[in-house]
Design a protein around this ligand. Structure first.
Ligand SMILES: [Zn+2]
Length: 235
């Protein structure tokens, strides 16, 4: 009998030791992961100031009637086979790392385009409408609803990014809905929302984000305005 009781007590003790060890292990694991994450985010700290003294207006309006300024002082930095304005690089990397922690992969499909890139896209779109039988004037009008005229595209500023994986829309839904909820925290706005086509003159583009900085992005997100409306209200 005594032996049996002793055995029971030993089992209980072993179980207790095991539970305590497991708890300690989990606590340390959690600490390790959060420290690793902090270090990872700290690494994303590209020194923009060292690169240049930037003097571009990140809140500027570029659309069908507002051209990219001639004296626009653009400095670019490479990211995942694309180029972005250096000024948004840190924010973009942080946004991608944070999404990654939430299990969401953010994919850059297209960002900076030079004026001649834009011209090539614009002209080929017009040509494709002409091939469908439209005359030049109609073809150009149709083109303008989805492709900006050279000089009038946000992509020429390096401040706009199209986020999408190649493939159909459903493939991108998770990424786009994450961006829709969170991008403003990193200074990006959904530039062409669904019900604002009459104002932006651009069809709904769930993939197109524009960097305007944290302050304005928050204001625009919370007020549900487009950049156009924000400037109209300011007048
Ligand atoms: Zn775009």
């Amino acid at each position: 009998m005594k032996k049996k009781r002793k055995l029971k007590r030993n089992i209980k003790l072993t179980l207790l030791r095991f539970t305590v060890t497991l708890c300690l292990f989990l606590i340390f694991l959690n600490y390790g992961i959060s420290t690793y994450r902090k270090n990872e985010l700290a690494k994303i700290n590209y020194d923009i100031a060292k690169e240049f003294k930037y003097n571009i207006d990140i809140t500027m309006l570029v659309n069908y009637e507002h051209k990219v300024p001639d004296n626009y002082d653009l400095k670019l930095k490479d990211i995942e086979n694309n180029k972005v304005a250096i000024i948004l690089y840190n924010s973009l990397r942080r946004m991608m790392a944070t999404a990654n922690d939430d299990g969401i992969e953010i994919v850059i499909n297209n960002s900076y385009r030079s004026n001649s890139d834009q011209k090539r896209i614009y002209d080929s779109k017009i040509k494709s409408y002409q091939n469908q039988g439209y005359n030049y004037i109609t073809a150009e009008k149709l083109t303008k609803s989805s492709v900006a005229e050279p000089g009038y595209s946000e992509h020429e500023t390096g401040l706009a990014i199209d986020f999408s994986k190649s493939g159909n829309y459903t493939k991108n839904n998770k990424m786009w809905s994450w961006l829709n909820k969170n991008a403003y925290k990193f200074g990006f706005i959904l530039r062409y929302p669904e019900n604002k086509t009459n104002i932006t003159k651009v069809e709904y583009e769930p993939w197109h984000y524009r960097y305007v900085g944290n302050e304005l992005a928050k204001e625009i997100y919370e007020s549900n305005l487009t950049l156009e409306e924000y400037y109209q209200n300011k007048k």
